[in-house]
Write a protein that binds this ligand. Structure first.
Ligand code: NDP
Length: 284
């Protein structure tokens, strides 16, 4: 039986660390602040935004909320970002995705000052990540690394197989594992004999978006499994990309879904807000 990696506990630990550091900054007269922008009324996005605001409250980070109507033009959104870029009291800017179809997401993400890009999606920060110098790292991938390290698993020299190569999860996870001295293979839908490649893994990260895709015959005994997948099943329950019930019998460490990677994303966002605030105040 595998040891369960408790994302809820680890994410709370991280938020508690942020809280202490945010309080220390406040003693110096600096209040970390995150601006959250939501355009339109996507119910899932509304929940994410609410959770982000709650996390800010928990950590002692000020949150500015911009809930704009569906009819907001691209220019209006870009002007708001310009205003927030220029505001020294706002340290992080988060634009909740997806945006309505008439707004070009790439243009919007490029507009955010890289120093305030707490999602870590700006090409400048992606570039820093690829040369191992990122301070603002994409939240979900950075959360995967924290889960591994805080479980006491040493990444150095390990064979790490990432299944999925999206820009928001698979690729950055691969780059972060490499920065931790893992030997990384990033796989995708065109990979030949994926099960054999996966069986090589000491550490396996699944970011595919297909329920129970990673089965027990695709892993070796003693593997550490990080399941990024969030799939909503017909019965309303959430399910990961890993066949948890069977893979757990072979793994040494495994994340559940829910309660694994999920809660880490917001915790790492809070950490990025703090880092952005410190950077803008020449504290790092
Ligand atoms: P994408 O759909 O953007 O990428 C999926 C990747 O999986 C692609 O690279 C694709 O390969 C690969 N893939 C698909 N089918 C196969 C296959 N048969 N064999 C091997 N590889 C395959 O998804 P995301 O990266 O955005 O998300 C992945 C999962 O993580 C989703 O379930 C999502 O909900 C979840 N997620 C969770 C987050 C969190 O916990 N906070 C945050 C973000 C995502 P190819 O490139 O060749 O098409």
């Amino acid at each position: 039986m595998a040891t369960l990696i408790d994302g809820k506990k680890i994410s709370t630990d991280i938020k508690d660390e942020v809280k202490i550091e945010a309080a220390a900054l406040k003693e110096k007269g600096i209040e970390p602040c995150l601006a959250v922008i939501l355009v339109g009324e996507n119910p899932a996005s509304q929940v994410y935004v609410r959770n982000k605001k709650r996390a800010c409250e928990y950590c002692g980070i000020k949150s500015l909320s911009y809930e704009l109507p569906d009819t907001t033009s691209e220019d209006e959104l870009l002007s708001l970002i310009d205003k927030l870029n220029a505001d020294p009291s706002c340290h992080g800017i988060l634009v909740q995705l997806p945006l309505p179809k008439h707004i070009d997401e790439d243009k919007v993400l490029l507009k955010i000052d890289p120093k305030k890009d707490v999602d870590g999606f700006h090409p400048y920060n992606v570039g820093l990540l690829s040369i191992g110098k990122a301070k603002l790292k994409a939240c979900t991938p950075a959360g995967c690394i924290e889960l591994i390290k805080r479980s006491g698993v040493d990444i150095t020299g390990k064979k790490c197989v990432v299944v999925g190569r999206s820009n928001i999860v698979g690729k950055p996870v691969g780059m972060l594992l490499l920065a931790e001295n893992g030997t990384v293979i990033t796989t995708h839908s065109k990979t030949k004999d994926l099960p054999a490649v996966c069986r090589e893994a000491d550490i396996l990260v699944a970011a595919i978006g297909k329920p129970k895709f990673i089965t027990a015959d695709m892993v070796s005994d003693g593997v550490t499994v990080i399941d990024v997948g969030i799939n909503r099943m017909d019965d309303g329950k959430l399910c990961g990309d890993v066949d948890f019930e069977n893979v757990e019998k072979k793994a040494a460490f495994i994340t559940p879904v829910p309660g694994g990677v999920g809660p880490m994303t917001i915790a790492m966002l809070m950490k990025n807000c703090l880092t952005a605030c410190r950077m803008q105040n020449n504290l790092e």
